[in-house]
Write a protein of this length. Structure first.
Length: 511
């Protein structure tokens, strides 16, 4: 209903250019924002920009759902593909665009109190400018139909992210080495990716993704194609924090400014997973022999290893941000396990968890940011007794934590249930047991926090009741309630995930 209303009321220019405007609007506004004379004005302009990007992504999703073929092809500069650069959006990347812009908008609302506390006032406008570059880069990676331009937008998002992480040094000096580690690993990932694209270009003479997909079936035995495929998977695996290529992620999440941690946890790895799915199922094909080997011998084992090992690591963390960071790597494992099944049901389950994980981790890191802002602590000891001191903040945290575990009537339960169905359907019943075991480990590390919050006395008995600011509570509770609503009625996210899987695999039905 909302999408239909937006389509009916949107002007013609917005409908024609919606797909390209999603990445372009924040890209154009970023340098303007850097010249903002005041921090507050910069925040207001950022809020307006992310709202516009969300509006255009909703229009794009509505257009994709209304088109008979379900694909928007936008020729940049009126140069027809494959010669010209193409923005190509179907149900798969339309879903991811919605996640990125939605979390950017909610995150910007939440950002102001944390920015005033953690970033020097004279640098806030520059910080927000880098944030808009990151949003533009992530949207560009998602929307582009050109393999080389995916690299360009990947670098735009990565370079701006390194700056955003490093700016946490005003709060914690460990942000600088965390940003450096992130830079080294991110550069390696981007280098692997572009080398892989170079091999494919040498074999096919094209960079357009649709054209690559048309030419590759006749070149599956070509050594350049196989080597290029391997380089691309490793490069994107680094960006997606695929175990064991995830070493940059815990410190980046733990020492970044609170706003950066929340946004990266909700979006960055999701975009990299999208890119993996695009390469695995749209450009290459799951029936290629080397891709089947990747599914069974690499992606599935690494996904399972991430689920179990990183959940164990999370159990033994005392800093909540590091605990949630290791949990994020484990959740990436769930997504990769779904993708590695190679069926429409498996891909749909992985993408559904991608959507739901953005809601969970966005809410969890927002709540942690609220406590860090008001009580200046991020350890489990610091959270003791906060269920009485900050009940609204911690109630939202508890909802998102239960969703992360996969408790029934939460969004996390729905995606794990769909993953279980897909695994059983594929005959991988043993993997279902490992999913349950990993979820059981989540009970321990989330339970440790909730036990301290609601059943322990505060370490400081003089700790006064103090909630997070209203600007933080509003988006926090939007995400918390979404975790409940989509756990009761999952029609919308399941529909998005099913459509996205069909767009990726070209299948018309689910088994």
């Amino acid at each position: 209903m909302i999408l239909e209303t937006l389509l009916a009321t949107a002007p013609d220019w917005a409908l024609r250019h919606a797909a390209i405007l999603v990445p372009v609007v924040p890209l154009v506004m970023a340098p303007i924002l850097a010249l903002s004379p005041s921090a507050r004005l910069g925040w207001v302009l950022t809020l307006a920009t992310t709202a516009a990007a969300l509006y255009f992504s909703l229009l794009t999703l509505g257009i994709v759902q209304s088109l008979p073929g379900g694909v928007i092809s936008y020729a940049v500069g009126n140069w027809a593909p494959p010669i010209g650069i193409e923005v190509r959006v179907d149900a798969l990347n339309a879903m991811v665009l919605l996640i990125v812009t939605g979390m950017a908008f909610l995150g910007t609302i939440f950002a102001w109190p944390t920015l005033v506390s953690e970033i020097r006032k004279e640098k806030i406008a520059l910080f927000l400018s880098a944030f808009l570059l990151c949003v533009s880069g992530l949207c560009g990676v998602t929307a582009t139909g050109d393999a080389f331009n995916l690299f360009v937008f990947l670098e735009i998002s990565s370079l701006s992210t390194y700056v955003l992480v490093a700016m946490g040094s005003s709060r914690d000096r460990r942000a600088l080495p965390a940003a450096f580690d992130y830079l080294i690993m991110g550069t390696l990932g981007a280098s692997f990716y572009i080398i892989g694209v170079g091999f494919l270009y040498a074999a096919t003479g094209t960079l357009n993704m649709a054209d690559l997909a048309a030419q590759l079936p006749g070149l599956t035995g070509n050594r350049s194609v196989q080597v290029g495929f391997a380089f691309i998977i490793v490069g994107l695996g680094l960006k997606a924090a695929m175990w064991p290529l995830h070493q940059w992620l815990p410190n980046a999440y733990a020492y970044s400014p609170s706003f950066v941690t929340m946004f990266l946890a909700a979006t960055a790895t999701k975009v990299a997973i999208y890119a993996l799915v695009r390469w695995l199922f749209t450009i290459f094909q799951p029936d290629y022999a080397f891709e089947q080997a990747l599914f069974y011998w690499i992606l599935a084992p690494l996904g399972i290893a991430a689920m179990v090992i990183c959940s164990f690591q999370a159990v033994f963390q005392t800093d909540i941000r590091r605990m949630l960071a290791y949990s994020s790597v484990a959740q990436v494992g769930y997504m990769l396990l779904g993708v590695s099944i190679g069926t429409a049901a498996g891909v749909s389950a992985g993408l559904l968890h991608l959507f739901n994980h953005a809601l969970m981790k966005g809410a969890l890191f927002m709540a942690v940011a609220g406590i860090c802002l008001t009580y200046k602590g991020t350890t489990i000891r610091d959270f003791a007794g906060l269920g009485r001191s900050a009940p609204f903040t911690m109630a939202a945290f508890a909802i998102a934590g239960l969703s992360l575990i996969g408790v029934p009537l939460t969004a996390g339960f729905m995606s794990k249930l769909q993953l279980g169905y897909a695994l059983f359907d594929h005959g991988w019943w043993w993997a279902v047991l490992l999913v349950v075991f990993s979820s059981f480990l989540a009970v321990f590390y989330v339970g440790r926090i909730l036990q301290a919050v609601f059943f322990q006395a505060p370490v400081n008995p003089r700790k006064h009741r103090k909630e997070a600011p209203l600007l933080l509570l509003i988006p926090l509770w939007i995400l918390a309630l979404a975790n409940i609503y989509f756990g009761i009625d999952a029609t919308f996210p399941i529909g998005l995930a099913n459509d996205a899987a069909v767009a990726a695999l070209g299948q018309e039905a689910f088994r």
